[in-house]
Design a protein around this ligand. Sequence first.
Ligand SMILES: Cc1cc2nc3c(=O)[nH]c(=O)nc-3n(C[C@H](O)[C@H](O)[C@H](O)COP(=O)(O)OP(=O)(O)OC[C@H]3O[C@@H](n4cnc5c(N)ncnc54)[C@H](O)[C@@H]3O)c2cc1C
Length: 397
Amino acid sequence: MPAFGLLHRLSVYYGMQDVIVIGGGLAGLISALELARAGHAVTLVERKTYPFHKVCGEYVSNEVRPYVESLGVDLQALGATDIRRFQVSAPSGRLLESTLDLGGFGISRYVLDYELYQLGLAAGVQFRLGQQVEGVTFSTDKFGVALSDGTTLTSRLVLGTFGKRSKLDKSLNRAFVRQPAPTHRGSANQSPYIGVKYHVRADLPDDVIALHNFSDGYCGMSAIEGGKYCVCYLTTRANLRRYGNIPDMERAILHRNPHLKALFSTAELLYDKPEVITEISFAPKRAVEGHILMAGDSAGLITPLCGNGMAMAIHGAKFASELSNAFLQNQLTRSELENQYQRGWSARFARRLWVGRNVQKLFGRPWLTEAGAWAFGAFKPALRTVMRQTHGEVIGV
Ligand SMILES: Cc1cc2nc3c(=O)[nH]c(=O)nc-3n(C[C@H](O)[C@H](O)[C@H](O)COP(=O)(O)OP(=O)(O)OC[C@H]3O[C@@H](n4cnc5c(N)ncnc54)[C@H](O)[C@@H]3O)c2cc1C
C-alpha cells in the first residue's frame, strides 16, 4: 500500500473522495481509470447511463493506439477497423486521395466508452450515472460538487471532463460562454455549429476516412466495428434554420456533393433518427478554472476536420492523471499542480488547436474549398504537412 494509503482510507471513510471526475467521455473515463488504478478514491459523475451514442466521427488517430491498448482495451477483439487512407472531396465532388502517415482506427463511442466504463468498474471507480453536476465550490482547500439529486460530494481534486459545452460552463462563469460563439466565418454574431451523426451500412471501403465538403460544412465517413460506418457532419445552425429540418437541409445542401447524394440515397440508416448536438464552439478555453483541471473538450475543442479530438482527450487524460497522482501523493502543491498543468497542456495542444481553427476557414466555403482541393491536389505534401501540424507523436505508454 502506498504511503498515502492510511490517510486516503480515513478520508474515504469520512465521505471525502480523492478525486471527483465530472463527465464520463474518453477524458473522464481514462482519468478515472488511471487514478483508481493508482490507488485513489475516485467518483465519476456522468449525466447519462452507459452504453450510449455520441455525436462523433469515431475515427481515432493511431497516436493513442498503444496507450489505449495498454489500458486493457482489446481493440481487435472489439472489432476496431484499421484506417490507412484519406479522401477529401470539394463541394462539386472533385476527389483527392492520400495515404495517412500515421493512420487510425474506427470504433463507435457506444463500444469504446462502454469498454472503458467496464474497466473503470473493475478498478474500483465509483460511478454516479444519470446525475448531472450542477455546481462546484472550492474553499479551505477542498471541493464541494453539487449533484442534480441534491447530494453534495467532497474531494481534494476535481477534474472537469464534461465535454465541449455543458450547463456547468455557465455556472462556472467561463469566459468562452460569456462571448457570442464565433463561427468559421470569423463573425461573432453568426450562429454556431451543429453536429449530426448516423451509423449506416453501405458499400464503402473499410480502410478510408473520407471528408466530403458542402456549403458551410463537411461530412466525415469511416468504418467502425460490425461492418458499420459512421457518418458524421458539422454545419452551421443557420443552414438548419434556413431549411427547417434535417432531411430537407440534407437534400438541399449536402446532396449537392455527389458523394453525399450517393451515400444518402443508397445507405441503410441504422438509427430511427440521427444523433444531433447544437451550440458547438471552437473558442479557446483555459485548462485550469476555479482550481478544476480541465481535460478533453472542456479544455479546448479541436475542429472535427482534424480528426483527433478523441486522441487529444485521451492524451490529455493521461497527462492530467499523472500530475493529479503526484499531487495526491503530496509530491506537488496545489499551485505547482495548476501551473504545471496549464503550461504542459498548452505545450501539448495549443498549437494544434490554432492550426485547426485556421485550416477550418478553408472548408465549407465553396470557392475556397475548390481552390484548397486544387492546391492540395497539386501539392499533396501540403496536405500531409497540415495533418502533421494537427496531430501529435505516438504517445508513450
Ligand atoms: C461533429 C463532430 C465530429 C467529430 N469527429 C471526431 C473524429 O472523427 N475523431 C476524433 O478524434 N474526434 C472527433 N470529434 C471530437 C471528439 O468527439 C471529442 O474531442 C471527444 O469526444 C472529447 O471527449 P471528452 O471526453 O472531452 O468529451 P465527451 O466525450 O463529450 O464527454 C463529456 C461527457 O460529460 C458529460 N457531461 C457534460 N456535462 C455534465 C455534467 N454537468 N454533469 C455530468 N456529466 C456531464 C456528457 O454527458 C459526456 O458524456 C468530433 C466532434 C464533433 C462535434
